[in-house]
Ligand binder design. Sequence first.
Ligand SMILES: Nc1ncnc2c1ncn2[C@@H]1O[C@H](COP(=O)(O)OP(=O)(O)OP(=O)(O)O)[C@@H](O)[C@H]1O
Ligand SMILES: Cc1ncc(COP(=O)(O)O)c(N)n1
Length: 270
Amino acid sequence: MTNDFPQTLTIAGTDSGGGAGIAADLKTMQMRHVFATMVVVAVTAQNTLGVQDAFPMPTKMIDEQFASLAADLNIRACKTGMLADAEHVKAIVRNLKKYDFGPLTVDPVMIAKGGAPLLSEDAISVVRDELVPLADLVTPNLPEAEKLTGMTITTEDEMVTAGKKLQALGAKNVLVKGGHFNSADEANDFALLADGKSFWMTAPRVDTHNTHGTGDTISACITAERAKGHTMEEAIRTGKAYVEATIRDGINVGHGHGPLNHWAKIKEDD
Ligand SMILES: Nc1ncnc2c1ncn2[C@@H]1O[C@H](COP(=O)(O)OP(=O)(O)OP(=O)(O)O)[C@@H](O)[C@H]1O
Ligand SMILES: Cc1ncc(COP(=O)(O)O)c(N)n1
């Protein structure tokens, strides 16, 4: 029996509010026509107003979820999101070294939009030293890029320097996301590829509070495109176009930072 439909994996935390984390990843992967699987690292009680509580899974359950997937699925690309703490990052690294689940996108999630920590401080150096070197792509936002590189990033030139530093840490490809950049009219991201090619992706900044799960969505879309066999550059450009559409064609859910419209269409879908 063939087992060749494109299959992906997200290793992350749940969001009971449905907007971010594993929920955003699964919705994105479904929309991009790949089969989505998950390893639940932590459960959060969360809504558009914030994170009310978080509970990391016992690491034995994490090992068991990895083993279940490896025994049956044919996963071609994977990503990480919320990883909770150093013990859990180490468990994920151990499993990623044990099984081949294809190119890995590391979204180094640290703090939720509302300010709640999703990764403990002592885990940041473990992400930097043990997880980033396994990454085919790392996709930090600006505060995450600052934590991983030790730099302050206030200009586009500094985003470029941070990209180079992240590549020097061992990530093959880097996408520094400018969603948090202090610009009123643009949300521009910088990509640096394994072969040294680099490019900016520019987009008009949408004036909205409904940006819960943007980082999850772009990294899940890239993971889906990689599973379908697209190049890194194609995957990154599709990711940007998709997340832009999900923000621009927004929906209103909840009373805080609302979720995205994962049904949004992009040009290549026509
Ligand atoms: N208001 C906006 N309008 C258009 N694009 C945006 C906006 N906010 C973020 N983006 C884009 O969304 C993507 C995710 O960027 P961002 O820097 O917000 O990531 P993130 O902080 O990791 O997301 P999250 O907060 O979900 O973890 C990037 O491509 C960024 O440029
Ligand atoms: C479980 C989980 N994973 C990731 C995020 C980041 O998303 P955001 O920064 O948009 O809150 C989140 N809030 N919750």
